[in-house]
Design a binder for this molecule. Sequence first.
Ligand code: ADP
Length: 395
Amino acid sequence: MNENEKRLEGYRRLIDIARDLASTLDLDILLNHIVSAASDLTETEAASILLYDDAARQLYFQVATNLDQPTMRGLVVPLEGSIAGWIVINHKSARIPNARGDPRHFSNIEKQTHVTTKSLLGVPLINKDKVVGVLEVINKQVGNFSDEDEDLLKVLGAQAAVAIENARLFHQSDLVAEFIHELRTPLASIGTATYLLLRPEMSEEQRQSTIRNIHHETLRLNTLASSFLDLARLESGRVQFSLTCFDLACMLDECIEIIKSTAEECSVTLELEIPPDFPQVEADRDKIKQVALNLLSNAIKYNYPHGKVVIIAGQEENEWTLAFRDNGMGIPVKAIPHLFQKFYRVQASEGKVAGAGLGLSICKEIVSGHGGTIEVNTKYGKGATFTIHIPKHKN
Ligand code: ADP
């Protein structure tokens, strides 16, 4: 391609992105188009978008042409002592021909990504005078970064800023609407209960039962609010996963200890099947524990008295698995495709068993943040098995 053809190709990509911007609502798809155009058009090894978290004063990777989801989830870039941070603080572009020699360069990241930054060009993503993130390209293939590279990156950066703002507004209004909808039932129930308590003709026994009802609904609201916040944070991509190597059997023993009394109340027995020489796994321990507790709690809740729950750990060459098998109510075939949707609950269990319908959505977000999958195998009336698959890290 000669210079003129290159320029035309550049314009074509910008127009394509402008069109996507008007028609695509999925933020990650849009941002992926933007980083891949940035890397191609500036002829660099890789491009990424980092978003700035005001509260934590750090940046995290939202998309990158050369990093997968689990790697990005584990990376945080501090505001102080990084080039991206310098761009955020100064509202200015940075053109760095030799990153090694630049004191602002945050080289810690390279240990995790195995990518060495030689040269770098970054522009701020600005929304209403606030920097919301940074678009960066690294390692120019030939020569140094030009003014044209910088102009092009600024145009792409402006598009990314609009996409981020649109997606945030859309997501927020969507989440708020859903949450308010879910608040209605418990609030109505508490409203009725307090009305009844004010009636002089209520017997003492009726009063006690109404107070228990208020207590129950308040607990439910509490769980709903914290699960909802957990999910909203996971969905926004702001939750960082910190990967460590740990002993799975030990973590599962802790889960069993926590949930033992609930299982006893429901007369459900718990069993753990894990080979004695099971190697350590690498993952975010607390988050995987949250998944295990959620799946265990469901396996007990949706079980019959004298039921059984078995936790089975396994491994293959590229992944390790954890299955939670119960012989409880099972799930009707027509409900299976909806199980992992927010607020979805199987009709037959609604009313009988308390729940917000968020547990499985949280599990799915955590598992996919690790690059893994979650699946269900079930026969209605005969039990269900939920299995998570987590890829092993190749070092
Ligand atoms: P909830 O808070 O309602 O338990 P979840 O997202 O954890 O929310 O689960 C969604 C729905 O899936 C539940 O309401 C229940 O109907 C069904 N479900 C989940 N786990 C099981 C299981 N082990 N056996 C039968 N049904 C289950």
